[in-house]
Design a protein around this ligand. Structure first.
Ligand code: NAD
Ligand code: TDX
Length: 335
């Protein structure tokens, strides 16, 4: 098997590359534009016989077509992670989100259509908008799309394009919408790494608004195992929601991080809330569990968080160069 993994130098894409190397005998080509969010270090030391890294833009039609044309085996596939991924950035400047997330996905769809190659498209639970805190129903594969931010609207657009290419052009594709990931190599702009590295660098923990917003946390390793499971056993044209029943309010997460790091759990700042801030995400992962037999490996969020804290404490040289400019940018927004 030969996989083309777009965005394979990012937080989740690089985790998937490691997962594939450990659990299959596949070869991997990574296509990544190496934006500010990429971590080439996350791919360092991997077998050069099995992993090739190509720096380039997923919206570059000639480049993408040439790479997709190399996927000639029956099980070969494109796994499409490449995206602009941070909501706060999409509120400051939506344009790269439109280009990468929408035009990039369109470019890839045209290439897999031309060459008859299978695609797995990586999406997010944010396409479904948000839930009330007391809503008994979680997101399912049948929930209507209701995205709130430029980021989630661009991901929703991409999902619609994939489904249209499946129906109109018989493109072989599967989709997955996953909940919030945490783990090693996540950029310090994101919630959990931001707070951990604030504590590690002597800064203050920053909670948007009152912190009542709920996210459904899953370890990136479990996202990767779910995607491989879909590649191996998923039904063409089908969508699978990926989640691990990890709902926590942001306030709970902040208090837990502070406690695990030996600080007073109330030693944080409330800062300006995010515009249009989604209240709650929650995934019902019944389909992937029952139809494909997938199960998450991480059962204890506290243990996964402790391991993540230890990882950031051990990898200062990786995150420190980005930390100051990220915090300056947040400070300009009162966050
Ligand atoms: P990330 O920002 O850490 O990584 C994105 C990667 O894509 C980077 O390596 C970047 O260089 C690359 N990239 C950006 N623009 C590109 C372009 N034009 N061409 C080629 N490569 C480009 O993001 P992530 O958190 O790893 O998310 C990966 C995917 O998973 C995204 O599609 C995201 O929407 C989805 N997702 C993320 C989460 C989460 O919690 N982080 C949850 C569900 C779904
Ligand atoms: O400093 C912060 N303080 C804070 O309270 C930051 C950066 C965030 N927050 C809040 C906002 C959210 O309610 O924490 C929550 C999580 O924020 P993010 O890490 O920015 O994630 P979110 O906006 O939920 O989106 C994430 O999950 C879905 C990923 O970034 C997306 O790529 C994915 O699609």
């Amino acid at each position: 098997m030969h996989l083309l993994v777009t965005g394979g130098a990012g937080f989740i894409g690089s985790n998937f590359v490691h997962h594939v190397l450990e659990h299959t005998d596949a070869r991997v080509t990574v296509l990544d534009a190496m934006t500010y969010a990429a971590s080439p270090a996350a791919l360092a030391g991997l077998s050069q016989e099995r992993v090739r890294v190509v720096q380039g833009d997923v919206a570059d039609a000639d480049l993408v077509s040439g790479l997709v044309a190399q996927l000639t085996g029956p099980d070969d596939a494109v796994v499409h992670y490449a995206a602009e991924s941070h909501n706060d950035n999409s509120l400051r400047d939506p344009s790269p989100f439109i280009r990468t997330n929408i035009i990039g996905t369109y470019t890839l769809l045209e290439a897999v259509r031309q060459h008859g190659v299978r695609l797995h498209h990586i999406s997010t639970d944010e396409v479904y908008g948000d839930l009330e805190l007391d809503d008994p129903d979680k997101f399912t594969e049948h929930t209507a799309y209701r995205p709130s931010s430029p980021y989630s609207a661009s991901k929703a657009s991409a999902d619609h394009l994939v489904r249209a290419w499946v129906r109109s052009f018989d493109v072989r594709a599967t989709l997955s919408n996953c909940s919030n990931n945490y783990g090693p190599w996540q950029h310090v702009e994101k919630f959990i790494p931001r707070q951990i590295t604030n504590v590690l660098s002597g800064g203050r923990v920053k909670l948007y608004g009152a912190g009542a917003n709920v996210r459904d946390w899953i370890h990136a390793d479990d996202h990767s195992s779910a995607v491989l499971c879909i590649l191996e056993r998923g039904e063409q044209g089908q969508t699978y929601l990926i989640g691990a029943d990890g709902e926590r309010s942001n306030l709970e997460v902040v208090r837990l991080i502070l406690s695990l790091m030996g600080h007073d759990a109330d030693d944080f700042d409330h800062v300006t809330d995010r515009a249009g801030h989604d209240l709650r995400y929650a995934i019902d992962a019944t389909r992937i569990r029952e139809e494909l037999g997938w199960r998450p490996g991480f059962r204890d969020f506290e243990e996964g968080l402790q391991r993540t804290i230890d990882w950031y404490a051990d990898h200062r040289a990786w995150w420190e160069p980005a930390k100051q400019s990220v915090e300056q940018s947040y400070a300009r927004q009162g966050q």
